[in-house]
Design a protein around this ligand. Structure first.
Ligand SMILES: C[S@@+](CC[C@H](N)C(=O)[O-])C[C@H]1O[C@@H](n2cnc3c(N)ncnc32)[C@H](O)[C@@H]1O
Length: 278
């Protein structure tokens, strides 16, 4: 089996749509009048959820005629947020068919399907034409990609001159100890390819992308998980959350993430790159 097949198998969640519907119903949501915000607890599958998405995207300029590519779009939550908030047109690609199918249905229910296309594809072999994308976004995907250079080659190929690549990934921290598994993106080291920030910077440099921003989000992530834990201690676990995307071991995966973060083995980083005019 290839790494990509193993990764898709890790995330496979056949019943995700019915689980989301059941959780929404138990919260009292009206399934016929769903809003983009109703889905935020589950469709932003990364550290800090929608807070982190907004913090990354608010550093960028959007116009409604922009073409945006969300690489590893998962359920399409970030793509729907971009369409809803900034009015751009978004294509999301992802390796995991269950996420793509559920994401299409969720977009349809929100009447956003005309501005969002979700497709099964690999970040390492993007279906987009050369120089066709104004902005590529990638949130918590690089941890599953061994060949970062190939990823950056593909992104640089599809970006237009002057286009941007904004990413938010879990990267290697200063403490070089082995990670404790299972983690949300991988049950073992076989499918985990967490790399140091320098690996990303070098890969970008090799393909001619210029870095324009970078932020270590460790403090934000620690604070975020403290807040989540306090809320769960006070109110109990929420029915709708990213735990639905992590199977039976969701609790252990989140605990291990927090342990690795506290030990400095991982560090969530934002980076933004620009493709210069040729
Ligand atoms: C942790 S989830 C994040 C999903 C989404 N970006 C979000 O923040 O909600 C990681 C996603 O990356 C996808 N993925 C991993 N490796 C990929 C690759 N090589 N090409 C495309 N998608 C990939 C997985 O299928 C999964 O949906």
């Amino acid at each position: 089996m290839t790494l990509e097949q193993d990764v898709a198998r890790h995330y496979a969640t056949r019943t995700i749509l019915s689980q989301i519907e059941a959780a929404l119903k138990s919260k009292g949501a009206d399934l016929d009048r769903l809003t983009v915000d109703d889905l935020k607890p589950v469709d932003e599958f990364h550290t800090g959820g929608i807070e982190a998405t907004s913090a990354l995207l608010d550093q960028l300029d959007f116009t409604p005629d922009m073409t945006v590519l969300d690489i590893g779009a998962g359920l399409g939550g970030t793509a729907r947020h971009i369409v809803h908030r900034y009015g751009a047109r978004v294509t999301g690609i992802d390796l995991t068919p269950d996420f793509v199918e559920a994401g299409r249905e969720l977009s349809r229910r929100l009447h956003l399907e005309e501005r969002i296309e979700l497709a099964v594809a690999s970040a390492l072999d993007l279906p987009q034409q050369d120089s066709s994308i104004h902005l590529a976004v990638m949130i918590h995907v690089g941890m599953n990609i061994a060949d970062k250079t190939r990823l950056f080659v593909e992104v640089a190929r599809v970006l237009r001159d002057g286009g941007h690549f904004a990413l938010f990934d879990v990267m290697a921290g200063e403490n070089g100890e082995d990670l404790v598994f299972p983690l949300p993106w991988s049950s073992s080291s076989d499918t985990s390819h967490v790399a140091a920030p320098g690996v990303y910077r070098r890969a970008a440099h090799e393909v001619g992308l210029v870095q324009i921003a970078e932020r270590d989000r460790t403090t934000f992530a620690r604070d975020y998980f403290d807040r989540v834990r306090r809320k769960i201690a006070a109110d109990g676990p929420p029915p709708l959350g990213i735990h639905l995307l992590m199977g039976d071991t969701a609790g252990t995966k989140i605990d291990n993430y927090v342990t690795n973060l506290a030990a400095g083995r991982i560090a969530p980083y934002e980076m933004i790159f620009k493709k210069p005019a040729s």
